[in-house]
Each structure stands twice: as structure tokens, then as C-alpha cells.
Design a protein. Structure first.
Length: 138
């Protein structure tokens, strides 16, 4: 039963990056959208681009690490690894997922701090449709 859970978790972890990429439309498109929707100033746009570019670079490194962790976990499953080994490999993949979430959260916090009170109200109204979650969601 535990192996099935690990396999199901692996399948979900594999699908998440693809699903989130599909729903985001790319960082440049999202930033362009937010710049128009929130009426960002040129200064805000430049600062946001810097924030999101840095987060995208950090995310790229983390995505590479995550891919390696997923591949190791898949290999462990196929090799019928012990529960302890699969736990270790899954935890390593989860650690990288957490790092990616932190990168996105930090970028979101920095972007949010750039906004005026009126812009924050409009941004908050977007909910999950366009706000929050980091550079890829911009």
C-alpha cells in the first residue's frame, strides 16, 4: 500500500510543473497583464521585472534539481527500493518543491511591497486568477 502512495505522489509531482506552466502563460505575459491591470508605473515595472527575472533564474536551478530528484525517485520505485529509501528520495523531491515555493513566495512578497494601497486592492481581487505565487504567475 505504501508503494502505491509513493507512486501516486510521484505522478502528482511530475504533473504539477506541467500544469502550472500551462495555466500561467509565461512570466512576461503575466507581468504585462499585471502592469496594465494595476497601472504599474515604469519604475514599478522595472523593479518587478528585476524581481521576477531573479526568481526565474533561481527557479530554473531548482527545477533542474527537482527533475533529478524525480528521476531518482522513479528509479527507486522501479528498483523496488525499500520503504526507507523511497521515503528518503521522496523527501529530497519534497525539499526541492519547498524551495521552489519559497522562491515564488519571496518574489510575490517583494512585488506586493511595490504596490500602492489601491493596486494592492486590485491585485488581491485577482485571487488565484492572476495574483500570488511568484514570478511564473505574473
Amino acid at each position: 500500500m505504501k508503494r502505491r502512495s509513493v507512486i501516486a505522489a510521484l505522478a502528482l509531482l511530475t504533473a504539477l510543473p506541467m500544469l502550472s506552466q500551462h495555466s500561467r502563460g509565461g512570466p512576461g505575459n503575466r507581468l504585462d497583464y499585471l502592469a496594465g491591470y494595476l497601472s504599474l508605473t515604469d519604475s514599478q515595472k522595472a523593479q518587478a521585472k528585476t524581481i521576477f527575472d531573479a526568481a526565474a533564474a533561481a527557479s530554473e536551478t531548482a527545477r533542474g534539481q527537482f527533475t533529478a530528484a524525480q528521476e531518482a525517485l522513479t528509479a527507486g520505485v522501479k528498483a523496488n527500493g525499500t520503504d526507507a529509501e523511497l521515503d528518503r528520495l521522496a523527501a529530497a523531491a519534497g525539499l526541492v518543491q519547498g524551495q521552489m515555493a519559497a522562491i515564488n513566495a519571496k518574489a510575490s512578497a517583494k512585488f506586493y511591497a511595490l504596490l500602492t494601497a489601491e493596486q494592492k486592492t486590485k491585485y488581491d481581487a485577482l485571487g488565484n486568477r492572476g495574483g500570488g505565487g511568484g514570478p511564473g504567475r505574473r
